[in-house]
Design a protein around this ligand. Structure first.
Ligand SMILES: Cc1ncc(COP(=O)(O)O)c(C=O)c1O
Length: 429
């Protein structure tokens, strides 16, 4: 056993999981490729963990960070000091998100961004209950774990209060047995029923992911989200869009996934691809909501650190300057139709879903039940082909793909080849 592994086994929390039974130790990365400690190269089609939006070690980011180091620019300030990089990043973010009149709180992760969103919503509405979706995921801190809709993340002794869950728009496994074309979206009306039967009528907010990431890239119909928006507004609550995975243009059409539904959220949260891998979270809320926090102190030691902020700014500029959203749309469209073709060939590929470069497919048994073993086998076979992919879903049977937004046509072809070879081998198991 290597010293990395033995140190990990001895000193690191034992419930922290690895993707692979024989843990993969990555050492370097460039563009869409990463290398392990033995020098093996992998095409990274999960983009870190949906974090690498413009490729590993992007030259633009590298140049910027090196220049800051050479100038001995201050590396740490906390939110107590001013920094030009924070303002520049916030201005660019608000402008790309089309959220004029909104302000940003930079923190260190998606969980923190959502904590701040919930705090903002509760103080602004003077209400406590927050509603999230079954199969949803919003982070690993207390409030966000409570919001989580996955039993595997529910620790039995964590107190949970002031959260409720409604049905997700999981059309492939619809609990109402509806067909998408003729559906009246009873899953969205679940919010109305919840408010009517289980609350005092005072919901602070609903929090939703435009495509449900950890839940297995569940890509619900537009009318679901529009109905949720309508119901929460009718009841005086706020709409929080958790764009931790979907933000920065990953879905191809718009910078924010909520814009695909024509929805302007009250609060947006982002992280992951925002900093191309640096720990950064952002809560973006309209200033009239934020004023309700005035008079109380809130602080983040590392939130808005200059180097992180400079990186966020460069990442956002790169996405804008190189029209990477459009690349996500074009490449994602091609990738999705390729996987649809594979579905026709391999009966164990079930639902194919997602938008832009956030795409997934379920692996199923003959009776449509989730096949998590096949999912694990496919991950391992792809690894052998030099391809990293992700998995997710409540039952661990969904393959998740989220390569950098700037993947090239050649890289896409390489992915297709590697996936095809892996699927052929999967057939033989
Ligand atoms: C939609 C969503 N929200 C929040 C989080 C939490 O982000 P973090 O792990 O950075 O705390 C995640 C992480 O996977 C996520 O997918």
């Amino acid at each position: 056993m290597s010293s990395t592994q033995s140190n990990r086994e001895k000193y690191i929390y034992s419930n922290l999981k690895h993707y692979y039974p024989r843990p993969l130790e990555l050492k370097s990365g460039l563009g869409s490729y990463v290398k392990d400690i033995k020098g093996n190269t992998y095409l990274d089609f999960i983009g870190g963990i949906v974090t690498i939006s413009i490729g590993h070690n992007h030259p633009r980011v590298k140049r910027k960070i090196i220049s800051l180091l050479e100038e001995n620019q201050i590396q740490h300030t906390s939110t107590l000091y001013a920094s030009e990089h924070v303002g520049k990043a916030a201005k660019k973010l608000v402008s790309l998100a089309g959220l004029e009149g909104y302000q940003v709180y930079f923190s260190n992760s998606g969980s923190e961004a959502n904590e701040i969103a919930v705090l903002t919503a509760r103080e602004a509405t003077k209400r406590q209950l927050v509603v999230s979706l079954r199969h949803g995921y919003h982070g690993g801190t207390n409030a966000t774990l409570n919001l989580c809709g996955h039993s595997s993340w529910k620790f039995p002794h964590q107190p949970s209060s002031n959260v409720s869950h409604i049905e997700a728009p999981y059309c492939y496994r619809c609990p109402y047995d509806k067909k998408p074309d003729s559906c009246s979206i009873p899953c969205a009306d679940d919010l109305d029923r919840l408010i009517e039967t289980c609350t005092a009528g005072e919901v602070a907010a609903v929090i939703v992911e435009p495509v449900m990431g950890v839940g297995g890239f569940i890509d619900g119909p537009k009318k679901y989200y529009q109905r949720i928006y309508e119901i929460i507004k009718d009841n005086g609550g706020l709409y929080i869009s958790d764009e931790v995975q979907t933000g920065v243009g990953r879905l191809g059409e718009n910078f924010l996934g909520a814009s695909d539904f024509g929805i302007s959220p009250d609060i947006v949260t982002m992280a992951k691809g925002l900093g191309n891998g640096v720990p950064v979270g952002a809560t973006i809320a309209s200033s009239n909501l934020i004023k309700n926090l005035n008079g109380k102190t809130h602080f983040s030691t590392f939130g808005g650190d200059p180097f992180q902020m400079a990186q966020v700014y460069e990442v956002l500029c790169e996405i804008e300057d190189q029209s990477l959203m459009n690349n996500a749309k074009v490449m994602g469209g091609e990738l999705k139709s390729h996987i649809m073709g594979l579905k026709a060939k391999y009966p164990y590929i079930g639902d194919v879903r997602g938008r832009g470069l956030l795409l997934g497919f379920e692996l199923i048994k003959g009776d449509k039940s989730p096949d998590s073993d096949k999912c694990n086998d496919l991950l391992e076979l792809c690894l052998g082909e030099g391809l990293l992919i992700g998995k997710g879903g409540l039952r661990g049977n969904v393959i998740r793909l989220a390569p950098p937004l700037n993947i090239s046509a050649n890289e896409l072809e390489e992915f297709k080849l590697k996936l095809s070879r892996s699927l052929e081998k999967l057939n033989l198991l």
